[in-house]
Design a protein around this ligand. Sequence first.
Ligand SMILES: [Zn+2]
Length: 74
Amino acid sequence: MRTLSEIREAHPDWNVNPTPRMGSLVNCADCGKRVEFGRTYTSLEAFTDGGAFGLPVCGECYTKELHRRGERNG
Ligand SMILES: [Zn+2]
């Protein structure tokens, strides 16, 4: 699991704000691709520092996360 602070430290130029305005551009918290917020998914692996909210990720990364979760669970 990664947190917002870790991602911001590693990629200071990324906008990974978990609560942006609809329609604003954010960076995928995993690959950094710029995506319209309304088209992002809630990450299963990257969270705000308290762990309360998943960060926005692009569809491709979300699919990878789902596969990784599926492999772990059996
Ligand atoms: Zn991505």
